[in-house]
Write a protein that binds this ligand. Structure first.
Ligand code: PEP
Ligand code: MG
Length: 595
């Protein structure tokens, strides 16, 4: 181990899911072929690895020869490229270097090759001649070929993680996270991502501590290193000393004790000191979370992100599969309601089976309701399943990413068609199923009075509302510090939405991550929200705070907050007031004492 690899280092990122994890890191390289680091335990393994590498190169040579032989007449003059590729295969920079590294560092062939390619890249970068410099592409192509041979083309999946580890990756897609073997993943840390990226949200649901937006963690250490991950404070410590490990083990224990303690009171109702009741519901992504929801004290499900039923499977789920899922949720949560959000695919959530075109700005692209209004068959299949399941409990339908009244009218028209089809087939459903929309695009807020006439409820999606209002990509770690829920513009938009909803006599919920942030609870209550829906893990804490505050006081608090002009002022004021009001819960800077 080099000295750099054994020294203690601290990295600061964004805490995406609370809790502490201590364990060995498992590096997942998400470059073209996924490369995993392995430390070879003995000389025999080193010999085997060398042989494996040689064979992979031999195979690559054979493949290149074959391609060259079969090349069509018309492009025969291009065949020279394969000669160069064959030369690169055996080039010192790649071949000898990789063998040398397998031996000297006792690492697997894939990782050694990756390191050789990185070195070659540095060497190429220094070359003045642009053409020659650009030939680095050939080195990459050749190494990719060897890698495929080494890995047998199999795409490494996170379900293959060998033992309990902390996953470290440049990025993890929501689909990756859905494949994780929960019993083997202690936590994860990524270079990319913000607090409200879907990957972060899933980590919270799975109650896996996570730190995102670390920018360079994948380049900072070797796989197998011991690391501490503090998902509450957004910190990662690589190669910690004994004392630090002890310190964090204690924190981990305290945190778990604290969670167990507040969970004891989670079934008490969320009613303020002066008798104002607020509905506190759960957001879920997977059926597996239902148990946690029922334990958390949630009064139903305020947001079922159904797209994860599509992301975690090889094929698009059929109507019956969807129906079975919705029926089970409805049944298990009854008599309290479940709000099923229709497919919100796109943005940072992709399903490989759907073959969505790559878009320059996926968050502004064919996402959610836009996708459903185009792919009407997929949409109808889901609506049929929801309607059929509606007999088994109390279901509501929620349309995501609504930007204007037309979209609501179109979605409702399709729903009407589906209802008519079911009737003609003699299939029963709840004809009064409530229809709501997500308010998560600024244009929806501005036209909230018009939209309110068309629907039975609103649900404010602050994750996207903040993204689209402040022009801050929610998954981009470089602008994460600007992602500010307490921006006066955001507070005004929430206020406006609630007013419009209430004037039309419809309830207004909030289901973005902001709803589960303890610091914001008095503001959300004072603004007049009827329902908060959040990650089940935060429910006990949020209910605890609601029971400690007064509605009238919260209204006065909000009046004051709405007069402030900058995000900084609002932040300072809110933190100061919360620390003063709840010294047992918040530290002097307004940070939660335990979270
Ligand atoms: C939101 O945007 O706030 C929301 C709840 O939806 P999602 O996070 O799934 O985009
Ligand atoms: Mg959203």
């Amino acid at each position: 181990m080099t000295q750099r690899e054994s020294t203690t280092r601290f990295l600061k990122g964004i805490g995406a899911s609370a809790g502490v994890a201590i364990g060995r890191a498992y590096l997942v390289d998400r470059s073209r072929v996924k490369v995993i680091y392995q430390y070879l335990l003995d000389d025999n393994k080193v010999e085997e690895e060398i042989e494996r590498f040689r064979q992979a190169v031999d195979r690559a040579e054979e493949q290149l020869r074959q391609i060259q032989e079969e090349i069509p007449e018309e492009i025969k003059d291009q065949a020279g490229i394969f000669d160069s590729h064959r030369l690169i295969l055996r080039d010192k920079l790649l071949y000898d270097q990789t063998l040398e590294q397998i031996k000297s560092e006792q690492i697997n062939a894939e990782w050694a090759l990756k390191k050789s390619v990185e070195k070659a890249q540095e060497a190429f970068a220094k070359i003045k001649d642009e053409y020659i410099r650009s030939r680095f592409k050939d080195v990459e192509d050749v190494s990719e070929r060897i890698l495929r041979n080494l890995t047998g083309k199999k795409v490494e999946s996170l379900s293959e993680v060998p033992e309990p580890v902390i996953i470290v990756a440049h990025d993890l897609s929501p689909a990756d996270t859905t494949q994780m073997r929960l019993d083997r993943v202690l936590g994860f840390a990524t270079d990319m991502g913000g607090k409200t990226s879907h990957t972060a949200i899933i980590a919270q649901s799975l109650e896996i501590p996570a730190v995102v937006g670390l920018e360079r963690i994948t380049q900072e250490f070797s796989s197998g290193s011991l690391i501490i991950l503090d998902g509450t404070n957004g910190e990662v410590i690589i190669n910690p000393d004994q004392k630090t490990v002890q310190d964090y083990s204690n924190r981990k224990k305290n945190y778990e004790k604290f969670r167990a303690e507040i969970a004891r009171y989670s079934h008490l109702p969320a009613v303020t000191l002066d008798g104002q009741a607020l509905k506190v519901r759960a957001n879920i992504e997977f059926m597996e979370e239902l148990g946690a929801v029922l334990d958390s004290g949630a009064e139903g499900i305020g947001l079922f992100r159904t797209e994860f039923l599509y992301l975690s499977q090889k094929e698009l789920p059929g109507e019956d599969t969807l129906y079975e899922n919705f029926k089970e949720v409805a049944r298990r949560v009854a008599p309290v309601p479940v709000t099923i959000r229709t497919l919100d695919i796109g943005g940072d959530k992709f399903a490989s089976q759907m073959d969505l075109a790559e878009e320059m700005n996926p968050a502004l692209g064919l996402r959610a309701i836009r996708f459903c209004l185009k792919e009407v068959d997929i949409f109808k299949r889901q609506l049929r399943a929801i309607l059929r399941a509606s007999l088994h409990g109390r279901l509501k339908i929620l349309f995501p990413m609504i930007s204007d009244v037309d979209e609501v009218l179109q979605a409702k028209a399709i729903l009407k068609e589906v209802e008519a089809e079911l009737r003609s087939e003699g299939i029963r459903f709840d004809p009064k199923i409530p229809i709501g929309i997500m308010i998560e695009i600024p244009s929806a807020v501005v036209t909230a009075d018009l939209l309110a006439r068309e629907v039975d409820f609103f649900s404010i999606g602050t994750n996207d509302l903040i993204q689209y209002t402040l022009a801050i990509d929610r998954v981009n770690e470089h602008v994460a510090h600007m992602y500010q829920p307490l921006h006066p513009a955001i507070l005004r938009l929430i206020h406006q939405t609630i007013e419009a909803g209430h004037r039309a006599d419809i309830p207004v919920a909030m289901c973005g991550e902001m709803a589960g942030e303890p610091l914001y609870i008095p503001i959300l209550l004072g603004l007049g929200l009827d329902e908060l829906s959040m990650n089940p893990v935060t429910i006990p804490r949020v209910k605890q705070i609601i029971r400690l505050i007064s509605y009238q006081e919260s209204r006065r608090f909000v009046e004051e907050v709405l007069t402030l002009t900058t995000t900084g002022q609002v932040n300072r004021y809110v933190r100061h007031e919360m620390a003063k009001r709840f010294p047992d819960l918040f530290g002097p800077n307004g940070n939660l004492l335990y979270s």
